[in-house]
Design a protein around this ligand. Structure first.
Ligand SMILES: CC(C)(COP(=O)(O)OP(=O)(O)OC[C@H]1O[C@@H](n2cnc3c(N)ncnc32)[C@H](O)[C@@H]1OP(=O)(O)O)[C@@H](O)C(=O)NCCC(=O)NCCS
Length: 161
């Protein structure tokens, strides 16, 4: 059974993970644990319960804010003119060997669920991501994200109404 958990450096095999994007691999191998400890990113991994050490995918979440002026006009009109609180999914990756099995969708769903729960306690308007290339951007668009008004590679998913 697939399960999503906070990264546990004593259990999860970070070095064995590869998604084919060196920066995303290196992040999990070298920086994720440090960032988690320092309160820079919360890191979540997807594993199969039958093989709980093998990381099949991961994502990170942090607090963020976006200047309301960067949102499309229709939305901007409904918002005050100060920075809008958000969550940022800094990284999302599925293991190369697992592509096309729905793991990216599952990871994204888990991230959105966490944001919806977290915003019951601390307000946040949207989940923001920076797409690293057009394929990643298309992935986010497919799931309903919209580009910021002034940055097509930065996308956001409103979390409320
Ligand atoms: C982007 C990524 C996470 C997608 O993961 P995946 O497991 O291959 O994708 P899934 O199997 O979950 O796909 C889910 C759905 O998204 C669609 N999809 C996948 N990649 C897509 C893309 N680039 N553009 C549009 N749609 C895409 C699939 O067709 C599928 O549609 P369906 O639910 O209607 O069948 C994965 O390709 C990856 O790790 N890439 C390298 C790192 C990366 O680019 N991260 C993005 C953050 S910058």
């Amino acid at each position: 059974m697939l399960e999503e958990h906070p990264l546990d450096p004593a259990l999860h095999d970070r070095q064995g993970f590869t998604c084919g994007v060196p920066a995303l691999d290196e992040y999990l191998h070298r920086y994720a644990e440090q960032h988690r400890r320092r309160g820079l990113s919360a890191v979540y991994v997807l594993v199969d319960s039958a093989e709980p050490a093998r990381v099949l995918g991961y994502y990170t979440l942090s607090a963020a804010e976006v200047d309301a002026a960067r949102l499309p006009e229709a939305e901007r009109k409904r918002l005050p003119r100060f920075p809008v609180p958000c969550f940022r999914m800094g990284r999302l990756a599925a293991a190369t060997a697992q592509r096309g099995r729905g793991l990216g969708k599952l990871l994204l769903g888990c991230a959105v669920d966490r944001c919806l729960k977290a915003r019951e306690q601390v307000a946040a308007y949207a989940l923001v991501v920076d797409a690293k290339d057009d394929a990643a951007r298309d992935f986010y668009l497919y799931f309903g994200f919209r580009s910021l008004h002034d940055a097509r590679m930065t996308l956001y998913l409103p979390l409320g109404r």
